[in-house]
Design a protein around this ligand. Structure first.
Ligand SMILES: [Zn+2]
Ligand SMILES: [Zn+2]
Length: 350
């Protein structure tokens, strides 16, 4: 089968964290297209999936650049939509051959630890990420554990559903952790793949809330206004009112003190990004005093993905997508790295 292979991870250097830093070395063609990759075989409790679309995530760049450690050689991709082609041994029949399913970042978890038994498999120490420990969806076929696939609502084309599986679902988890309720003022820092989906959901779930979007990109600010933001500005800007909740989607450090500064008393910031600049300076009085809180989001649970797919289908929330063929994957990664695309990059296999 045809697959895009990552054969080696880049050496990470001390201080390499912000992934869109143009100073970082970046291979123009990090992935090799290989037409003779063996088709995977489903092992115990796995299903074989013919991939129709796979989203490209910033985490894939973190993996390529060595900041997230994964196996090699590796087939990246953890926002997979495809059709079940065959069932492996031990499959219980949760899904059928021919059914359309999605696969997200959590490819397997232990099912026994204190996190797994309470539905927090996103915090399981032994979980296996898709497109990292298990080969992912930058290929014609992939395999996934039956208990870790999602039924994809009919209303979505496969390429529309793909970005909902990570960018959308992780954003949704951030919104839950923010304990957002209708009427609270909500701020977004950064406006890429995740935020542009989340604003559409937030607009519908919290109709009387004001939404403030901070982005360095005028293109992204314009998109935010079109998708329902009440106010947009540069991250250095001061919003007209204090915010109750904020979600930070950026890999840079300076947005954290900035968000804490513009939060009202009792406000909460949720940091929704896997790799963040590691040292962040917060002043107790200026940024934390008066019961302000900071929380982070790690991965996404199955329940989050299931809930989010239902909400997105119900409200007809659809991502803006730029489509690429599998053989154009390096171009998709470069465009994402340079932040030149609006919304989400998706590989469309057929
Ligand atoms: Zn992702
Ligand atoms: Zn576990």
């Amino acid at each position: 089968m045809r697959a895009a292979l990552l054969n080696e991870l880049a050496e990470v250097r001390a201080g390499d964290t912000p992934r869109r830093n143009p100073e970082l070395p970046f291979k123009e063609e990090p992935l090799d297209i290989n037409d003779n990759t063996p088709e995977p075989e489903p092992s115990f409790k796995q299903v074989l999936i013919r991939v129709e679309a796979c989203g490209v995530c910033y985490t894939d760049i973190d993996i390529i650049e060595g900041r997230v450690k994964c196996k090699t050689p590796l087939i990246l991709g953890h926002q997979i939509v495809g059709r079940v082609e065959a069932l492996g041994p031990g499959v219980k029949g949760r899904v059928e051959v021919g059914e359309r399913v999605g696969v997200a970042w959590i490819g397997w978890s232990c099912g026994k630890c204190k996190y797994c038994v309470t539905g927090l498999e996103n915090l399981c120490s032994d979980f296996k990420p898709t497109g990292c420990s298990i080969d992912g969806g930058y290929a014609e076929y992939t395999v996934a554990y039956e208990d870790y696939v999602y039924k994809i609502p009919e209303v979505f084309e496969s390429y529309e559903a793909a970005p909902l599986l990570c960018a959308g679902s992780v954003g949704y988890r951030a919104l839950k952790l923010a304990e957002m309720t209708d009427g609270l003022r909500l701020g977004f820092f950064g406006f890429g793949a995740s935020a542009h989906i989340l604003i559409q959901v937030a607009r519908r779930l919290y109709p009387s809330s004001e939404i403030y979007v901070f982005s360095r990109s005028s293109d992204h600010r314009e998109l935010a206004l079109r998708l329902g933001a009440d106010w947009v500005g540069h991250p250095s800007g001061i919003p007209p009112k204090k915010l109750d909740r904020a979600i930070d989607f950026t890999p840079v450090g300076e947005t954290v003190p900035k968000a804490m500064e513009v939060l009202d008393k009792g406000g909460r910031l949720v940091i929704n990004v896997i790799r963040k600049q590691t040292s962040i300076n917060l002043d107790y009085v200026k940024h934390l005093w008066m019961e302000k809180e900071v929380k982070t989001v790690a991965n996404v649970s199955r329940r989050d993905v299931e809930e989010f797919l239902g909400i997105a289908a119900n409200y007809s929330v659809k991502p803006e997508v730029t489509l690429y063929k599998l053989e154009q994957v390096n171009e998709a990664i470069r465009d994402l790295k340079r932040a030149v695309l609006r919304g989400s990059a998706v590989l469309k296999m057929r």
